[in-house]
Design a protein around this ligand. Structure first.
Ligand SMILES: *Cc1c(COP(=O)(O)O)cnc(C)c1O
Length: 398
């Protein structure tokens, strides 16, 4: 166990004034939530916005709404390398997870395989994913789906505030969601945002969201304690402490379709007050550190120049390591020195034990290799120049 300065892999700090605003939000209740929805509608210039308990909850509601619209379709096409929350939500919606391998350079779909994958009349929707906040090519998916009328659900969980060609990520498809979880662009401890311009999808969503339960007393208390804990322990001088408590499972990605699906509380909406200013500050910090990474890292660790140009403000920066053994070694060293390096996801989606039986005979080699030979570097405001030098030394071995 390491005691001493330890960088978190990703951080969206919560400050005492946010907690006070959260307490105020409790008394405002639904009004605070409605107000945040309105701010988000204006920010994204969209017609509809819904706020719920998490990104997973948001995706589950979106899929359930689409299922009502297209009752005959039951497959959801996702990249084989993504957050385990995504298949968790698909299974929770009683739908099937269909995979397409990725392009290891962009971490987006392998477009050479996507055309075939789209020739499937059971598809309910496709989920292009802005992984780590790096823009996925939604326009290209649109061109391929053409007049197939397959809805595009953008997974913008990690991409709040990012853009491509002047358009905000999360406004490119038919409907999209964002996460306000710990370690996302900005956080209300947990939370999910749905945005869409489709009146039809919104009609279904609105009915479902209205019927959702409120957080119960116990969930409310644990939410508030978690907010306090994040406020205190996110700082590098204290982060070693929660990191040393195995039951917190920090940094682990788990597959689990049994999560709560509830309305967002006034507390969370309150925690978000002043979010545009906060997001701006976090983004400025992340951009500075990211630019340094792109300048300092040897080319072999980085994606192609073309992809680097699209990376402006990730929430952590994925870098390629030459082999699995070296990846393990670097991560082990990191445990001793606390530099905020992290695995991406433990395996490709077909490697999840509970799902593996559905993919017998199918292989997703690029996704698997990426999971095993990619680590992420921290880009948040706690990262100092000195840390960047140490990290470069650790991963290059010089
Ligand atoms: C975090 C995340 C989710 C799920 O969001 P939660 O708020 O954690 O439920 C979905 N997709 C991606 C890519 C994510 O990073």
């Amino acid at each position: 166990m390491r005691i001493g300065r330890t960088l978190p892999p990703a951080a969206s700090p919560i400050y005492p004034q946010d907690i006070f605003a959260g307490l105020k939000g409790i008394f405002q209740g639904d009004k605070a939530v409605k107000n945040l929805e309105k701010e988000l509608r204006q920010y994204f210039q969209v017609k509809h916005c819904f706020l719920v308990s998490s990104g997973k909850a948001a995706l589950t509601l979106i899929l359930t709404a689409l299922k009502k619209k297209f009752p005959g379709q039951d497959e959801v096409l996702i990249p084989a390398f993504t957050c385990y929350s995504v298949p968790s939500s698909i299974v929770r919606s009683k739908l099937k997870v269909t995979l397409c391998d990725i392009d290891p350079d962009t971490l987006d779909f392998d477009f050479s395989q996507l055309t075939d994958k789209l020739r499937n009349n059971k598809l309910l929707c496709i989920i292009p994913t802005h992984l780590f906040g790096i823009p996925a090519d939604v326009e290209r998916v649109k061109r391929l789906t053409g007049n197939l009328t397959i809805p595009i659900v953008e997974d913008a969980a990690q991409a709040l505030g990012n853009q491509i060609n002047g358009k905000k990520l999360g406004t490119l498809g038919d409907v999209s969601f964002f996460s306000l979880g710990r370690g996302k662009a900005f956080s209300t401890v947990e939370g999910g945002i749905i945005v869409t311009n489709s009146d039809e999808i919104a009609k279904h969503l609105s009915k479902m969201v209205q019927k959702l339960d409120q957080y119960n007393y116990k969930e409310m208390v644990s939410l508030m304690f978690y907010a306090l804990a994040l406020m205190i322990f996110m700082h590098p001088w204290l982060f070693w402490f929660p990191k040393s408590l195995p039951f917190l499972k920090l940094g682990e990605t788990i597959y689990d379709p049994t999560f709560k699906i509830k309305k967002m509380t006034g507390f969370q909406a309150g925690l978000a007050s002043g979010w545009q200013k906060k997001l701006k500050k976090f983004r400025k910090e992340r951009r500075t550190v990211t630019e340094n990474w792109l300048n300092l890292l040897p080319r072999s660790f980085l994606p192609s120049k073309e992809v680097c140009k699209k990376i402006s403000c990730p929430i952590r920066l994925p870098v390629k390591i030459e082999n699995e053994e070296k990846t393990r070694h670097i991560l082990k060293q990191n445990e001793k020195v606390g530099l905020g390096l992290s695995i991406t996801y433990p395996d490709s989606i077909n490697g999840i034990e509970a799902l593996a039986k559905h993919y017998k005979g199918q292989n997703f080699p690029a996704a698997r290799k990426t999971a095993r030979q990619t680590i992420t570097l921290p880009v948040h405001g706690f990262v100092k120049n000195q840390d960047q030098k140490k990290i470069i030394k650790l991963i290059t071995g010089t």
